[in-house]
Design a protein around this ligand. Structure first.
Ligand code: NAP
Length: 287
């Protein structure tokens, strides 16, 4: 259905997509690329990919679809490395968590945003990394957002939409800037908060003995602080303006709560929490 696929970055997301497409019998051959041969050999032995190359240009040479699934900071050099090796008919796509930066990187690496490059972001993941953590069901029932530009080839967009549907996802399209603002609030900010809650506990007790008493609430709020720091550094820097706006909004909310507690203003506390609870309850019912 999708021919030869090259997955550049056979980690959690790239590996899970490869598994989903293979499970559906939707591709001929999957070629992987990464920097560490041991990981790529493991991906072959797990049946995630058929073969691998340590040179990204070699990995894409016969591809019908190329999926960039590396951290955002690695996208531009990787695009530059494959540019001259891409078959003319190949469709390029990515899975990066911020979209404007990927479009800017592609424009810089290729000299213009290629018509057959379909920027994409699967809103699915875990706090784990690497091919060991990948699983075919990761995208089932989850949203994938495509952010094509006006001149993006519609046939390429429909092909990538079909690829994600085969992986079980619900596919939407939107403007890249809108995507980046929404995901800053709903994904990038929660990660800022999770890492900061852990560090706040360590600030209060540098011996970290306090973590022995971490209950369900601490574990729920901080689960994603086990995510890869390099990946999150790249996401925050790639989506800097929107992330900083979200952090500012969070600080405003924190200060309002801090002020209400300082003032023993129980009415204000209940009003603030009730507003959040109503929205969070709706989310739970929608899930
Ligand atoms: P991951 O499990 O760490 O996989 C990243 C892969 O990229 C690995 O195979 C790694 O292999 C390779 N890689 C890392 N740095 C590289 C570099 N500098 N040059 C070339 N290859 C490199 O990460 P992931 O969670 O799959 O994330 C991949 C992408 O998906 C990121 O852009 C992220 O924003 C996006 N995303 C993540 C999630 C999530 O929840 N995790 C959700 C949606 C989207 P080697 O180290 O062997 O090179």
């Amino acid at each position: 259905m999708f021919g030869n696929i090259a997955i550049l970055g056979v980690g959690l997301i790239g590996g899970s997509l490869a598994r989903a497409l293979r499970r559906a019998g939707a591709c001929r051959r999957i070629m992987g690329y990464g920097r560490h041969e041991t990981e790529l050999k493991k991906a072959v032995s797990l049946g995630v990919i058929d073969d691998y190359a340590l040179d990204p240009a070699h990995a894409v040479a016969r591809a019908d679809i190329v999926v960039l699934a590396v951290p955002l900071g690695a996208m531009k050099p990787l695009m530059a490395a494959i540019g001259s090796a891409l078959p003319p008919h190949a469709i390029l796509t990515d899975v990066g968590s911020a979209k404007s930066s990927v479009i800017a990187d592609a424009t810089a690496a290729f000299g213009l945003m290629p018509e057959r490059f379909v920027p994409a972001h699967p809103i699915a993941g875990t706090e784990q990394s690497g091919v060991d953590a990948s699983f075919a069901e990761l995208f089932e029932g989850r949203r994938v957002i495509l952010t094509p530009l006006e001149h993006t080839d519609r046939a390429a967009v429909e092909k990538i939409r079909a690829m994600w549907r085969v992986a079980g996802a619900v596919v939407e399209e939107m403007d890249a800037l809108h995507h980046d603002r929404m995901l800053a609030a709903t994904s990038h900010l929660p990660h800022v908060v999770a890492y900061s809650v852990v560090n706040a506990a360590l600030q209060l007790d540098p011996t970290s003995a306090v973590l022995r008493y971490a209950g369900t609430s601490f574990r729920d709020v901080t689960r994603v602080a086990s995510s890869d720091p390099v990946m999150w550094r790249d996401i925050w820097l790639a989506n800097k303006d929107a992330v900083l706006d979200s952090v500012q909004a969070f600080q405003t909310q924190l200060q309002a709560l801090q002020h209400a507690i300082e003032q023993d203003d129980g009415t204000a506390i209940v009003a603030i929490l009730s507003r959040a609870k109503a929205a969070r309850d709706r989310l739970a019912h929608e899930a």
